[in-house]
Write a protein of this length. Structure first.
Length: 253
């Protein structure tokens, strides 16, 4: 069932989202060649608990497979859910996606960003830029009376107009008292449910855009999703409230 949140509930979601935004901004400042993804994860958990919140991802289970970390760190061809490790060291020219969420006072916030590690290629920079723009295009459509498919269409059209692929296997979602709620928000136009947007809905919009094919596969760790052709992928995400005045991005600093 799709939840419509009261003003008080949106205040609580906003508080969780602000914690996410502030910590994610601090994590981005730590991204540099030579740092391990495990170190970034350690910062994320330390700062989350210091802020009086709880990691949203750590202990999250899908089919009995439990995610062990606070942060998802996805490098280059890794689309989403990259697992932190002391052996994964960021290198000059990489691109890295940081996906991060918290729960506080019973409500969730969720956001993601992709950035270059030092200087990277023009092609990688273009992929990052277009993915960020696709997120912005999708958010613009989060208006009362529109439908989910309007959001999907805006994201897909922008990414594909620049020659990129849009991942089908993972989608955006409602967010509130659970990390993943109805409705699903695909980043492409499909044949699934297409509910109308109403005031009080809170949605996590998260395009995942690929340099080549949109096809992905999950590695043996059960979490890390990579592009099948091993070309680059970028991921951005904001949690957004649908209001009578238009979309309110809750995960902005």
């Amino acid at each position: 069932m799709i939840q419509r949140r009261s003003e008080r509930e949106i205040e609580l979601i906003r508080a969780a989202c602000q914690t996410v935004a502030e910590i994610l901004a601090r994590l981005c400042e730590r991204v540099r060649p030579g740092i391990s993804t495990a170190e970034l994860d350690r910062y994320a958990e330390e700062w989350t608990r210091g802020a009086g919140a709880t990691p949203a991802f750590k202990g999250y289970a899908v089919g009995g497979n439990v995610y062990p970390a606070t942060l998802c760190v996805s490098i280059n061809e890794e689309v989403v859910h990259g697992m932190p490790s002391p052996k994964r060291i960021l290198a000059e020219g990489d691109i890295v996606g940081l996906d991060f969420g918290v729960v506080r006072d019973g409500y969730y916030g969720d956001s993601a960003v992709t950035m270059a590690v030092g200087r990277t290629s023009e092609k990688a920079e273009d992929l990052i830029r277009v993915t960020r723009e696709a997120l912005e295009k999708g958010i613009e459509r989060l208006r009362v009376g529109n439908r989910i498919r309007d959001v999907s269409e805006a994201i897909q059209a922008h990414a594909e107009s620049h020659g990129y692929g849009v991942v089908r296997d993972f989608v955006g979602h409602g967010i509130g008292q659970r990390l993943h709620e109805e409705p699903q928000v695909p980043n492409y136009v499909g044949r699934g449910q297409n509910p109308r947007l109403k005031e009080g809905m809170v949605l996590a919009i998260e395009p995942m855009v690929c340099e080549g094919t949109y096809e992905v596969e999950v590695l043996d760790d059960g979490w890390t999703a990579v592009t099948r052709d091993r070309r680059l992928s970028a991921h951005f995400e904001h949690s957004v409230a649908v209001t009578s005045n238009g979309p309110e991005v809750l995960t902005l600093v």
